[in-house]
Ligand binder design. Structure first.
Ligand code: SOE
Length: 417
């Protein structure tokens, strides 16, 4: 067992100010912007980093709101045009926290301007955009610029430990991967038609927002790509009240009595196969009543199983199937030891981390990759692979919109969008 944290690894290597600054410019300032801000603000105070991240500038279209956000979260400057942000000399990393419809344009421009790029998930709204971004990222890597996608659930100590255990062969040959990511914020039919419910802004619905996370997490844990899928999607509430105000970004949405059309899925359900033959099931929904942000994953292999639940994110359940049956069974690993992933610099054992720490760890990994000239993961190529799975899910769901009928079934068989 390692030693409890005694005041931070950063202290051992001199003060933060001794290190060369690395200016961050963030585009977008809502929920994800606030989460990333916490990550950038905290990372250099906790981890021993080779460069010192500086919150140089944040960008958003509403001058007053972005200035207030900058003041609250400690950004030195506020911009209202992302082109001005990426042109700034004090910005080395462009951190993209906008809706998916602007990821490609901003990322490609930022890479062309010589910046490193961190882009929120899903990488893009389409495979074509993701391909363009990946090409730009590969060319930029040759010039020493790094690109990374914000799949933050990889950066929990427990999911990271699970990845290590799978890679060490503790589960043996994998047979099953079972993943669900469930929320319930769309159950109310009066919930307004925000940008997340329109294909032109979000690309897809629960699929791109939640499904992207679980596809990435599953592929990361298994260490292999998903090679084929069979899917069903559904939009349960097809029209919703239009939100007020130009800032909703939905002015072009067709109006029928104050209602607009939902053009993305509310839920996506799919099975899949991994390259080595393991079978997978995935479920992403915004209609799972009572489930707020419930992400669960279980892997079953010939030698054992692992299970993770985001609502108990400091724990990992492990069953070692090589133990004698009389006392074998799932046991709880409390993932808070200093020699567990990411925990060398945090609190003493048992004190636990939370959701926001994933963004600190994301910042840590990107800063180290930049300083060491190593390609960070997940790369844009990894993001493109996820995008291809999402596209295959949509293609399969379109084909599966008429289900194989069960004899004498009275139920309607048509689903999907
Ligand atoms: C909303 O569904 C959301 O904020 C996602 O966009 C995030 O990626 C996820 O981490 C939490 O839920």
């Amino acid at each position: 067992m390692g030693q409890p944290h005694q005041g931070g690894a950063a202290e051992a290597a001199g003060t933060e100010e001794d290190r060369q600054p690395l200016g961050v410019g963030m585009v977008g300032y809502a929920f994800m912007g606030a989460a990333h801000s916490q990550g950038w603000r905290t990372v250099g105070r906790v981890f021993d980093l080779p460069r010192r991240p500086v919150l140089a500038a944040v960008c958003g279209r509403d001058a007053g709101a972005v200035r207030a956000m900058a003041d609250r979260h400690g950004w030195a400057a506020a911009e209202t045009d992302w082109r001005a942000l990426i042109a700034r000399d004090d910005v080395d990393i462009v951190d993209i926290c906008t809706p998916g419809d602007s990821h490609a344009e901003i990322a490609v421009a930022a890479l062309a301007a010589g910046k490193h790029v961190l882009c929120e998930k899903p990488l893009a709204n389409t495979v074509e955009e993701a391909e363009l971004m990946t090409e730009a990222a590969e060319a930029a890597f040759d010039r020493g610029q790094m690109s990374m996608v914000g799949f933050n659930y990889r950066r929990l100590p427990a999911t990271s430990l699970a990845r290590n255990m799978v890679a060490e062969g503790r589960l043996g040959v994998l047979r099953h991967v079972r993943v669900t990511y469930l929320q319930d914020w769309l159950v109310d039919p009066e919930f307004p038609l925000t940008w997340r419910l329109r294909k032109e802004h979000a690309g897809s619905g629960a699929l791109g927002d939640l499904g992207a996370h679980i596809v990435d997490l599953a592929q990361y844990l298994v260490g292999e790509p998903v090679v084929g899928v069979s899917a069903l999607t559904e939009t349960f509430v097809r029209e919703r009240p239009l939100p007020g105000g130009a800032s909703s970004g939905l002015s072009a949405v067709s109006e029928t009595g104050g209602l607009g059309t939902v053009t993305v899925d509310d839920a996506a359900l799919f099975t899949g196969r991994f390259a080595s033959g393991a079978l997978a099931s995935f479920e992403a929904s915004r209609f799972a009543t009572g489930r707020k942000n419930s992400l669960r994953i279980e892997l079953n292999g010939e030698r054992g199983s692992l299970a993770f639940d985001l609502e108990r994110l400091n724990e990992l359940a492990y069953h070692d199937h090589t133990e004698p049956g009389a006392h074998a069974g799932f046991r709880r690993i409390l993932v808070t030891e200093p020699d567990h992933p990411y925990l060398e610099a945090w609190w003493p054992p048992g004190h636990g981390l939370g959701y926001e720490h994933t963004f600190v760890h994301q910042a840590r990994d990107l800063v180290r990759a930049i300083a060491e000239g190593q390609r960070p993961e997940p790369s844009f190529a990894d993001g493109l692979q996820v995008q291809r799975v999402l596209a295959a899910v949509e293609e399969s769901a379109a084909k599966n919109s008429v289900l194989t009928p069960i004899a004498s079934s009275p139920a309607p068989l048509r689903g999907g969008l």
